[in-house]
Ligand binder design. Structure first.
Ligand SMILES: C[S@@+](CC[C@H](N)C(=O)[O-])C[C@H]1O[C@@H](n2cnc3c(N)ncnc32)[C@H](O)[C@@H]1O
Length: 534
């Protein structure tokens, strides 16, 4: 819409900040608006409610002056709606403006000890079922949640932080340090002397936003093709906004400033220190501290692509886990839009491996094709469950198989602020069924002794550990401790006991934004038993 409406520069930064911030904090805002409104807010017209949320967000989460936040929002309501709703918006926002956020939280958030789940849900703006799912995955019961400083609270808070942008330096095309040097050079080129005054302000008439978080850049960094469709005909409500050309393309909703230099007011980090940009977990990860990925030459010409470091680590782990016997036939059973396929195929070049990438949705298969351009890979538009019946998906035909299954995407909520309000607990059983079928198909596709990586961008136990344990029990697949991959072992090290040491839990890796700075990816490695059939 920014492109469509030709909103650029600081206005784009303001709109982006407002939109993403309001979506992230919607749960908290609604609780406050409910307390400040004379009418139940679920009876309020949705467009009026949206105006109220935008106004309340400015009042409580940014340093936009109160009078500007109220006047600007009332004006929007008057133009987009009519005088009546505008008067209502005015009355409610004036009430909201009477107190600051801390004050409102004291009123609307139930005491932690009384109802910890409701407390965390309102305080950190997540649906209660997501709070419970995180707590379950982190091994925290209600009693622990009722204590201050629970890990669940940290995980929820991390979802409200603006995520960074990670790039993957494609092996064989660019060395990570070379990419980091290129980024440093670009940042230096973009830098101009610091402006004397305050950070980004919109050119619109109302005084500028001064968000409490990091300075808005006009970019919502790190958007990846996150939460995934559920099935063969993924509906738009489940796919969510997509990056236009897969993970390679960088931020989807991110308006690229026409001139990035115009957005910068701070000096770039020292140009002689590229190694500080190297990732922590993935050997090919490089951080992009600011700016649009598309402006980095290596991204523009396909030597690197945008991909969360956790996502990179999962693909890396499958590609590098020790494997006896033949190792030239690799399979990605759920490849769209192609981030992991691009990385796997790049790693495969030097290893003499060929990747078959399967994607059920045609337009996503096109994205996969773009992601593996020039690499040893074949893209099939097919159902991954057709292993054994599809001529190019023979049973036992692959040495390494990735199932990056469609999931709730609860592990990528920081990148998709609206997703937490679209997902429902009712989505889980259908997804788990599909995930189970895909994992079983992956095991059929693997040759005896071959490796299968089961990956989700969700920490929900029903989509992760419970599901994998169930499939192992039914098929005889053997869990392989992910710590056989040194980089995965380093990440697992950060997970506290008992998660790290207990036999049943040690095999898999659960990443977390608050622990690892990555999306909450889950990785399990399985070995197809020799001499057994599914
Ligand atoms: C989590 S995404 C994969 C992300 C991808 N691996 C990456 O790194 O870019 C899951 C993908 O599986 C696809 N999918 C869903 N059901 C499928 C099926 N039965 N067979 C193959 N692909 C399927 C979805 O369309 C979606 O693109």
């Amino acid at each position: 819409m920014l492109v469509e409406r030709r909103i650029t520069g600081r206005d784009a930064a303001f709109v982006t900040e407002l939109t993403y911030g309001t979506l992230r904090h919607r749960g908290t805002l609604d609780a406050i608006l409910a307390a400040g409104s004379s009418r139940p807010i679920d009876k309020v017209d949705l467009r009026v409610l949206q105006a109220l949320r935008l106004g309340a967000y400015q009042l409580l989460f940014t340093r936009v002056p109160d009078h500007a936040a109220v006047a600007g929002t009332v004006e929007v309501a008057r133009v987009a709606l009519t005088d009546g709703p505008a008067r209502f918006v005015n009355a409610v926002l004036r009430r909201v403006a009477e107190r600051d956020l801390a004050d409102w939280l004291t009123e609307v958030v139930p005491p932690l000890g009384d109802d910890p789940v409701a407390h965390l849900a309102i305080r950190y703006s997540h649906p209660e079922w997501v709070v419970r799912a995180f707590a379950d995955a982190l091994g925290e019961d209600v009693a622990r949640l009722a204590e201050p400083e629970s890990e669940t609270a940290k995980a929820l808070a991390a979802d409200n932080e603006r995520p960074g942008v990670d790039l993957a330096a494609r092996p064989g095309r660019i060395d990570p340090l070379e990419l980091a040097t290129e980024i440093r050079t670009e940042l230096t080129r973009w830098t101009r002397p610091p402006a004397p005054e305050k950070p980004a302000e919109p050119t619109s008439p109302e005084p500028g936003p001064e968000p409490t978080g990091p300075e808005p850049t006009g970019l919502e960094p790190g958007l990846e093709p996150g939460p995934e469709p559920t099935g063969p005909e993924p509906g738009p409500e489940l796919t969510g906004p997509e990056a236009p050309s897969g993970e390679d393309s960088g931020p989807a909703a991110a308006p690229e400033p026409e001139n990035p230099a115009a957005e910068r007011t701070e000096p770039a980090p020292p140009a002689d220190d590229p190694s500080s940009l190297l990732g922590r977990w993935s050997p090919v990860a490089v951080k992009l501290p600011e700016g649009a990925p598309g402006n980095i030459p290596a991204v523009a010409d396909g030597r690197a692509h945008v991909q969360d470091e956790g996502s990179q680590l999962c693909a890396w782990s499958l590609a590098t886990a020790p494997l006896d016997g033949p190792d030239a036939r690799w399979l990605d059973l759920c490849a769209g839009p192609g981030g992991k396929a691009g990385l796997l195929a790049s790693i495969g070049v030097d290893r003499g491996a060929h990747l078959t990438a399967v994607e059920i949705t045609e337009h996503r298969a096109v994205l996969v094709q773009q992601a593996v351009e020039g690499l040893p890979a074949t893209v099939l538009t097919a159902d991954g469950r057709d292993v054994g019946t599809h001529p190019d998906l023979p049973e036992g035909g692959f040495d390494r198989v990735l199932v990056d299954a469609p999931c709730t995407g609860l592990g990528a909520l920081r990148r998709r602020p609206e997703a937490r309000w679209r997902k429902e607990p009712g989505d889980v059983p259908a997804l788990a069924k599909l995930q189970r079928e895909l994992l079983v198909a992956a095991l059929r596709a693997a040759r005896p002794g071959g490796l299968v990586a089961y990956v989700t961008c969700s920490p929900h136990l029903a989509e992760t550990r419970v599901l994998v344990a169930d499939v192992c029990r039914r098929t005889g697949a053997e869990p392989v401790d992910v710590r056989i991959v040194p980089e995965a072992a380093a990440a697992a090290e950060l997970n506290p006991t008992p998660e790290r040491v207990s036999a049943s839990r040690a095999a898999a890796l659960q990443l977390w934004p608050h622990r690892h700075g990555t999306d909450a990816m889950f990785l399990s490695l399985l070995r197809k038993p020799v001499g057994r059939h599914d």
